[in-house]
Design a protein around this ligand. Sequence first.
Ligand code: UDP
Ligand code: MG
Length: 418
Amino acid sequence: MEPKVSIILTSYNKPQLLAKAIESVQQQTMYEWELWIMDDHSNEETVQTIQQYVDDPRIMYRNSLVEQKERYQTTRYASLINEAIPLTKGNYLTYLTDDTVYMPTRLSEMVAFLEENSAIDIVYSSQQIQVVNEQMTCLRQFTREAVDIQSDAADRVDHCSVMHTRKILDQVWEKFGGYWDDDPLHWCRGDAVFWQRLNAFQPFYPLTKVLDITYKTPYSVQSLFRYLPATIPDGMLVKGTGEEIYLIDEGKRRHLIPAMFSFFKYDLKKIVDVPDPLLYRLEEGIPIAHTSHLPPYRLYQDEEGDVFYLEQKQRRKIISSLVWKKFHFHRKEVIKVDSKLLNNIPSGPDIDAHFSVPLLENRVYKNHIHYWLMANHSLHPIDKKVLERLKIDLDPIPIPRNIINQCEKGAPIVGEYL
Ligand code: UDP
Ligand code: MG
């Protein structure tokens, strides 16, 4: 049997759903397919699940054996797909993720359409999306409809709803020098980036029927990206699936070793969970591993008793006792350090009881219903949801409108994936 369709299934640590995905392929009404299970070095349970299906001669399995430290250097599923493509034999190619199932007629209907319309190279169908909880109970569902002929399918058509010819794939290779772009920047929309490549040649033609169901679980990487801005502001504490806590500083992630966490009086409640792909695409900075590595945006007290707020390149002295209340500083946050350490840092404008410009960096200000974050010398409007996600919503500093007007304004900080 020569397969007509090659299915590339990317898998990582979702054993139960993966089994459903594989079985949905085996239950296809069409027989001439091959399934490439591209596993990304999953846990034992997932590997054992896959082993139960490899007896089927149409099912092939590859394990990437990717090292954990390399995992987030590319958009993994795109890398796996690129590895699989040269192995495939079908005249048509289609994609599946380990949290999606095909309806039984998906392959036959799409193949029939492409065979009947030989000038068309790309077809897509409607998709049902089920938002589920940890027990896989459906919380809500909706349909992503395939209606239009899409010349701009990016972000409109899902990874698992498309089939295309091998011919168009060859054209993509010639024009772009590769198939899928696996730059880690595109982790959340690697499919969209590939659709743009396909759209350089042809639109996507719709089949209105729902031909796949995708499940959005609480662990979905996309859910973790929710309300996070593309760039995490400096001063945030972040954590991925690993144990390490990082401080974002000048756009880099600096490992904050546990002893320093308490020395510098950080608060566990301020740690923001971020998806690993986002965390690992940040350049790694110098770890904060010693009490002399003073991180910015903290209050430091020297041996004379003076208290300073440290910003990126300067220390600003608190010269009025009213400052504490006004800027929502707390005495318990003060870190006592050697005067020499502070003297080495250039001194900036003093902090008095007025809201003088430039405002203190890395603080959240509020006027009426509007929120602002002072970062990189400008005041950025920031969305309430984003503030909550970044755990800096609790105590914004009320500030008069005229001060806001005097400040240099920066780009709004908005969640990338809402
Ligand atoms: N994936 C992968 N390696 C990883 C993480 C994910 O190959 O380290 C695959 C995963 O199996 C899936 C695709 O990438 O096929 C998209 O990931 P996922 O479904 O987790 O994203 P989500 O839907 O959760 O946002
Ligand atoms: Mg998914």
